[in-house]
Design a protein around this ligand. Sequence first.
Ligand SMILES: [Zn+2]
Length: 283
Amino acid sequence: MSFAGIDCVLCGQRPSLPRGERTQSLWSPEDDFLGASLTTEDPLVGTTIPVCLRCSGALAERFEHAAKFAVEGLRKGELRLRPPLARAFVLWVLKTWLLTAHPAAQVSDPRSSPARFDLSEVPQEIYGWMVEEKPPPAGLSIWATRGAEAATNGSPLYRIALPTVTADGRTTRFQELAFRLDLLDGGLLDVELVYHPGWEIEHPLERDARAARLWPRDGRRVLDLGALPVLEAHELSWGRGPRLLFAPRSYHGEQREPLSAKTSFSFFPPFPPGVTAVFAPGD
Ligand SMILES: [Zn+2]
């Protein structure tokens, strides 16, 4: 696997390093690389993306170095993060999960095939901010739950359907990426990244303090992951909802109920406020 001849996916201006860059590099030592390939079965550690030398340095400085102390503490079981460490940690998670969701990401273990975002329906601007000293764009949320080692895979209690929104000439598919983060002595953290611009989500587990919202969050607050209970089963699943066509200028600014496990979309009127038609997913 080589990224030679491919452009950097972050700046789009320079060629990628032949081996690219890992989506996270805090606990993946240099000797994991065999030539240009990573040798690990961990799909998070073993994921690389086409990134140029300059953007690789920017990622290391802004995210990896900043979060190192926080992540090392979490891996020792220190789950209560003071505000500066909490800020560094959640930005590192946002960066790492977004890069892992990038369609150009390559995983070293051929047996694992994680889901990626479909960028034809997600604007590229959710990536450029990382190397441009800009804040993250709106529309991204991250939740974390603590999971048991052998969490059962029965049917989840809650399901949230993520629609595709067509409004004012733009079609945006809401998407989600879930990955488990092994914090060693800190236990297992199940982290969900969701892209849902312009429409709030009510997370059923956040409501009863069994999930923590990592992003966006008030950076002046302590983040205590140790306060979360360990869940024995996956209680929430995300599904693909229908495509909703909005009347001109009615999507942004419109007050609407947050998406939740109670939201159900019907192909027949009455439609939600501002919606003029509902199509099957993919139509
Ligand atoms: Zn670059």
